[in-house]
Design a protein around this ligand. Sequence first.
Ligand code: MLT
Length: 265
Amino acid sequence: MRVNIQDTTLYVEQAGEGQPLLLIHGFPLNLEMWRPQLETLSQHAKVIAPDLRGHGQSTPTPGPYSMDMLADDCAEILEKLGIQQPVVVCGLSMGGYVGFSFLRRHPQMVAGLILVATRAGADSEEGKNNRDNAAQQVKSEGIQPVIDSMLPILMAPNTYQEQFDLVDQVEEIVAQTSSDGMISALMGMKTRPDSMPTLKKIKLPTLIIHGAEDQIIPISEAEAMHFAVVGSRFEIIPDAGHLPNLEQSQLFNQVVKDFLSTLQD
Ligand code: MLT
């Protein structure tokens, strides 16, 4: 469905009933990356998955897209959908960065956090330069070079070499991102703040999930978040890289389902 928010229209899918579960996708992906969760977790929760602006079927607007802007978009979507119950925010990678902003700006709307393949820290100087270089490349050559460089490292080496259908599917998802959307998200991620202080204050149920073979965000980042959030759960998904929800969807769904059931207790 399309949801009109202040300055644009965003594409959102919603399925199931019960505890609201907001799924925020990573860069440069869209809600299609949550298909196994929309299908299965919707039997246990009310799953809400937006295409962030400039991604998937949500049209780009002038950038940069700060993580605060994307978090406010998510909050507005929930309001427009009439969701009053606090939500479990599940963000993957950039979706996790958006989740930290969401928690800072809309704490009353959060019942729990699921941080997947993400990190709390801001970009290093080298990381910021890489964002600039990637944005420059998209400006001059389009999105294909980003697809070519990211695709082989988005998934675990075995997934990439053996699961051809999944690799094709991820490539199709990335190819739906507009060049303006990519550049604006890159510039937004570049200026995001350090979220470690936010994490250290979290008193909410928190689940941290990381693929054992993530080649984009080292597992040490997930361990650091686990130590920072008192009482957090930490699940390492074997045989998965940066997209554990797709590479090991059954195990991922089970872990999330178990976490959701603890919230009902
Ligand atoms: C993502 O998967 O969302 C990105 O790789 C995150 C990032 O570039 O920091």
